[in-house]
Each structure stands twice: as structure tokens, then as C-alpha cells.
Design a protein around this ligand. Sequence first.
Ligand SMILES: CC(C)(COP(=O)(O)OP(=O)(O)OC[C@H]1O[C@@H](n2cnc3c(N)ncnc32)[C@H](O)[C@@H]1OP(=O)(O)O)[C@@H](O)C(=O)NCCC(=O)NCCSC(=O)C[C@H](O)C(=O)O
Ligand SMILES: [Mg+2]
Length: 358
Amino acid sequence: MRSPKDFFTPLALGAPDPVREIPLRPSRMIHFFDPSNEKMRAKAGDMARDVDVLLGNLEDAVPADHKEAARNGLVEVAKSTDFGDTQLWTRVNSLDSPWVLDDLITLVTEVGEQLDVIMVPKVEGAEDIHYVDRLLAQLEARAGLRSPLLVHAILETASGVANVEEIAAASPRMQGISLGPADLAASRRMKTTRVGGGHPGYLVRTDPAGEDVTQGRTTYQQDLWHYTVARMVDACAMHGILPYYGPFGDIRDVVGCEDQFRNAYLLGCVGAWSLHPKQIAIAKKVFSPEPSEVAWARKVIAAMGDGTGTVMIDGKMQDDATVKQCRVVAELAEQLASRDPELGQAYDEATKEAMADD
Ligand SMILES: CC(C)(COP(=O)(O)OP(=O)(O)OC[C@H]1O[C@@H](n2cnc3c(N)ncnc32)[C@H](O)[C@@H]1OP(=O)(O)O)[C@@H](O)C(=O)NCCC(=O)NCCSC(=O)C[C@H](O)C(=O)O
Ligand SMILES: [Mg+2]
């Protein structure tokens, strides 16, 4: 464990200074593609225009005999694509795999300037982040990079969840954490066979109304991921980094996907993974506040002046705490508007209407 005094000191001579604050760039969807797939590589430019984050996946879902092709394919995409202000991320292979060392060496050396974030799977504790942190500093120094690569951890082992706070705090490079529900379910020995989402057997049932316990009892499906997402959000918020829902594997179930993403959004997540083009629009919709919410937030902020005291708006009490919540929504709207002018216009029109109603 480094002394707090040394926390922002580069871990290798000549490595760039660590960032002091994680940039809040829009990242409503982290779109996964397989860079070993020639067809997907050819679409990288179009995908980059459509998403906030494009991620070249090197880990699970890429067959063992495609690992090298995926790594080289990502280098090719990074060198040949104009990303504009879209972020390019990668998910490297797990730290116990035979591929990760070459993933990191190749990517930092060849395309370190183009990459924004390195996603590290199956993080168990702070020691995994410390290992990557030092190695990245050495590689950045050797490649002469001007800014440090950021690191994103996937929460997908029972020990990762138990250590989530120390993972979030492990390095100034920590950009965020995603839930990895499929590996986490396996690690916990849960009895599900899915990638994210709920399960009809995980439910609560109303009490029996009379003697017959089989009659008149309504059941409500519960969220298997509530505890983990909430814990991850707290750990991230405490350390100034960003939480994400991970993948939703039932591509056909666009309704279930939207619900799962929205639960995560309402709990504090800033985005989710999209595995298929269908899920891009879902994440964009869910992780962008509604124009009416933005209008309301701006109205409360305007009415609250210096942010202290109370005012009544439409019968609802506003005070220091509600104005803080409204600032979260209004700040997110500003970030998204700078990337998506159409959305910005919808926010401004809704605000004008809401203010005119007074
Ligand atoms: C899931 C898929 C294998 C489905 O692919 P496919 O059967 O080809 O779907 P479609 O026929 O519906 O495709 C229609 C067209 O869209 C293109 N396509 C599909 N997926 C993508 C994509 N991700 N990016 C860009 N384009 C995509 C197809 O090529 C078709 O194009 P065309 O022929 O021109 O019409 C596939 O979607 C896929 O591989 N997705 C990514 C899977 C992935 O990355 N999985 C790993 C992440 S989840 C995970 O790791 C679990 C996690 O770690 C945990 O533990 O929880
Ligand atoms: Mg996984």
C-alpha cells in the first residue's frame, strides 16, 4: 500500500503524471466488438460515430485461437479509425491468462496514445490493480506517452465484491467499475445460467389471506443484482470513479434489458455494456435523462438561488438536498448536450416550456 503522500507520484521514471480527477466523459454505452472479426473491424468507423465508448474485446467470447488476431485487429482499428470524441477502450485477458502480458505490452506500445481505458477482468483485490498500475507506468515511460491510461475493473468474483472499496481506491488510474454478472454468478455458485438480468424463481410472495396457502398470493420478481450494484455505486462514489451495469445477455429481450439498465441508472450507474447493435439505442435512451427531468432540475436550481433554505414548487418541498440531486441531473444533461446537440436542444425546449408554465 502506497503512502497517501505518494499516491500521485508516477510509478516509473518518465511515466506521465497520474490524473487527479477522473474525466466525466459521456459513457452511456460501452459497446463490445470482437476485433478478430474482419466484418466488425470494417464497421469500426460507423460504430464509433454511434456510441460513446467503443471497446475492443480480447477476453471471454474471443476463442483461444483468435486471441492474437483480436489483439492485432484492435491495433489496426486504433491506427486506422477516426474516433472523434468517442472513447476507445479495450478489455484485456485476465491476469492469470497466458495472453495478458502480450495484450498490455502490444497495446500500450503500439496504440497507447489512441486508447483511453483498459478494462481488467476478474479483479480480486487491490493487488491486481497495483500490478497493472506499475506495469502500465513502465510501458508508458518506454513508449513516451504524454497522458496516463486509465483502468476499469470488472466486479465478477466473490472476493472482488468483498474488496470493492479497496479496488476503487487502489490507484489514481481507476476510472470505474462494471458489474460482471455472468462470472460473478459462477464465482458465487449462484444457480443461474444467464448473463445478467433477473430470474423468475427469485421472488417474494404476499402472505396467505386465509387457511388455503395456495390461493390468492401474488408474487413479485426481485432484482438479483440490487445488492452488488448498490455496493459498487457506493464504492465508486466514495472514490470519485464511475459505476456501470455490465452486460445483458438476452439480446432478444429488449424490454428486460431496458428495465435492468434503468434500475442501474436510477441507482447511480452512468452506463452499461452493449453487446449487440440493438442495445446501443436502449442504453442511449436509459442513461440520458428525460427532457422533462432536466427541465424540472433546472427549474429547481433556478428557484433555489444560493441552494439553501426551502421553496415550494408544484406542491413539492425543495431544499439543500433536492437541489443537489437536481445538479446531478443538470450536470449530466450539460455533458450529454455537448456530445449530442439534438439532445441538448430537446433539453432547452423542455426547460423553456417548464419555465413558461410559471
Ligand atoms: C451476440 C452476438 C454473437 C450475436 O451476433 P449475430 O448472431 O451476428 O447477431 P445478428 O445476426 O443479430 O447481427 C446483426 C448484425 O449486427 C452485427 N453485430 C452483431 N453484434 C455486433 C456488435 N457487438 N458490434 C457490431 N456489430 C454487431 C452482425 O455482424 C450483423 O451484421 P450484418 O451481417 O452486417 O447485418 C454478437 O452480437 C456478439 O458477438 N456480441 C458481443 C459479445 C461479447 O462481446 N461478449 C462478451 C461480453 S459479455 C461478458 O463477457 C460477460 C461478463 O464478463 C460477465 O462475466 O458478466
Ligand atoms: Mg466475465
